[in-house]
Ligand binder design. Structure first.
Ligand code: XMP
Length: 509
């Protein structure tokens, strides 16, 4: 195991992903972690991440300096390197100017982290401060034009420092440098595979749950489906899943999901149709946050009523992923302000006194997909684009009515069909339609029309934290627009959303 200390860099999750891509398990911990906890975790190496602070700021994040006495290899990246330099008696100078962007790295010796890398290679810099004087026992291993001490090592102690970011794609040999650290320096092995993860997770669930019962809210998304499969493999029929159809799913989604879930997951699933309840509660509501709160509350009521029928349930399972955990624990840099309240399907009904199990809580989304594959889950479920808990309600701007819901469902179905046909479905993080609350004038068959406007949204993203609008071919956009205007009654104009996140968000509400 490799331990990453989170000093608040926006790239922290990326470091963890790179390490895991090398099939080495790693976890991210906040800097205030107790040194005894680090000792008991017994990491093979520690990575000190970058961060937005300056080491001399009063409240800059610090980890217990006793980590340098553990005899464990340490790699400091950017702020992490500066922390190490300062802690071990060197000095860091405050610079007036930030260095940001590409730089050419000149490597002195092709050994250690630089084994197998050309003497000149590109690296990505993003720092204000830099190292002025190295602590005793350290030497310079690489420089750039602006940064003399761009990389350093204390060979005896196996302490490494990189002023640049090896984890980002803009440092083309960064992955190799991390591999050198993991395998050559720390002696890690390629043991973290989804097969081994599944085996351990199943054993752990068995051990925790024993002969008790587990309830799981199934949404049809990859996270809850993989959670279900994993728990089912561990405890079989003692798992009951509840699927609440809120009527806000995409066209035919409820029926299709029911079919695939039943067909491929031989699991106890209770399907609850509750469209009426949701639409009633949403009537005359147009405020996005109110909509989300109402949907969350109705979901809870329906879910809880059903869950209560399951006697002797002791556990509630959730498909929580690692980024949620990191964001809620991060001492520096997160958690970000609530921009939209998210309702994760299957939240904990407080008065039910159920214990939580979250078997995916150390995985990233792409790992969950790999795990799904290792468990034999249908491709169709594995590769579903994410779909928000509040469903189409947050894609109908303004009031959600049955009529508007059906306009959006029809249009959205065309978007999905064409996107799938074009081969773009898997390349996009999400692609969908949004119904706007304004009308525009059009002309159809010599007649003036005054109808709804529909927006298309398609984005690429790795983790939904940031996203770019997809540069879809004009032909494809044209085809979707034509089909919607011709086939969906009530729409006479289609527009394409060309905003990225930030500053926009993926969903419109
Ligand atoms: P935004 O709109 O915040 O969305 O850029 C980021 C990602 O989160 C999804 N999303 C939700 N998922 N419950 C969910 O389970 C929610 O309330 C919710 N709101 C947004 C959104 O589809 C995108 O993938």
């Amino acid at each position: 195991m490799i331990q990453i200390i989170d000093f608040g860099s926006q790239f922290n999750q990326l470091i963890a992903r790179r390490v895991r891509e090398c099939q080495v398990y790693c976890r991210i911990d906040p800097p205030n972690i107790d040194i005894e906890d680090i000792k008991s975790l017994n990491p093979k190496g520690i990575i000190l991440s970058g961060g937005p602070s300056s080491i001399y700021e009063e409240n800059s994040p610090k980890v217990d300096k006793a980590i340098f006495d553990l005899g464990i290899p340490i790699l400091g990246i950017c702020y992490g390197m500066q922390f190490m330099v300062d802690a071990l008696g060197g000095t860091v100078k405050k610079s007036e100017k930030r260095e940001y962007g590409f730089a050419e790295l000149e490597i002195k010796n092709q050994e250690g982290l630089f084994k197998g890398i050309d003497k000149k290679t590109q690296c990505w810099m993003s720092h204000g401060d830099s190292t002025e004087k190295l602590p005793q026992g350290f030497e310079i291993t690489a420089s750039t034009e602006n940064t003399k001490i761009a990389a350093t090592v204390n060979k005896n102690k196996k302490f490494y420092g990189l002023q640049f970011h090896p984890e980002v794609e803009h440092t083309p040999k960064g992955k190799k440098m991390l591999e050198n650290f993991l395998f050559d320096v720390c002696g890690s092995k390629h043991t973290w595979t989804m097969k081994s993860f599944a085996k351990d997770a199943i054993a752990e669930i068995k051990e925790t749950v024993k002969d008790k019962k587990v309830i799981l809210g199934l949404s049809g998304g990859v996270d809850s489906s993989v959670t279900a499969l994993l728990i089912h493999k561990a405890i079989g029929k003692n798992l009951t899943c509840i699927f609440v159809d809120n009527g806000l799913l995409r066209k035919d989604e409820g029926t299709t999901l029911k079919k695939i879930l039943k067909q491929h997951l031989d699991i106890n699933i209770r399907f609850i149709g509750a469209k009426g309840k949701f639409l009633k509660a949403l009537s005359k509501v147009d405020d996005p946050e109110k909509k989300r709160k109402i949907i969350g509350k109705v979901f809870m009521d329906v879910f809880e009523a059903e869950a209560k029928k399951i006697k002797d349930a002791d556990f509630l399972a959730q498909g929580t992923l690692y980024p949620d955990i990191i964001e809620s624990q991060s001492t520096f840099g997160g958690p970000s302000a609530v921009i939209k309240s998210h309702h994760n399907v299957g939240g904990l009904p407080e008065n039910m006194k159920l214990k939580l199990i979250e078997p995916l809580k150390y995985l990233f989304k792409d790992e969950v997909r790999l795990l799904g594959k290792a468990l034999g889950l249908e491709e169709e479920l594995i590769w579903r684009q994410p779909f928000p808990g509040p469903g189409l309600a947050i894609r109908i701007i303004g009031e959600v009515t049955d009529k508007r819901l059906s306009i959006l469902k029809e249009a959205d179905a065309i978007v999905l069909e064409e996107i799938k046909k074009s081969g773009y479905y898997r390349k996009l993080w999400q692609s969908f339609a949004v119904l706007l609350p304004i009308k525009s004038v059009g002309i159809m068959g010599d007649k003036r029309t005054y109808e709804n406007i529909l927006a298309l949204r398609a984005v690429t993203s790795k983790d939904a934290m940031t996203a770019d609008w997809a540069k879809l071919p004009h032909d494809l956009l044209g085809k979707i627009s034509n089909r919607i205007i011709n086939e969906v009654e009530g729409v006479n104009r289609v527009v394409y959303d060309i905003s990225s996140k930030p500053p926009s968000t993926i969903e419109w509400e």
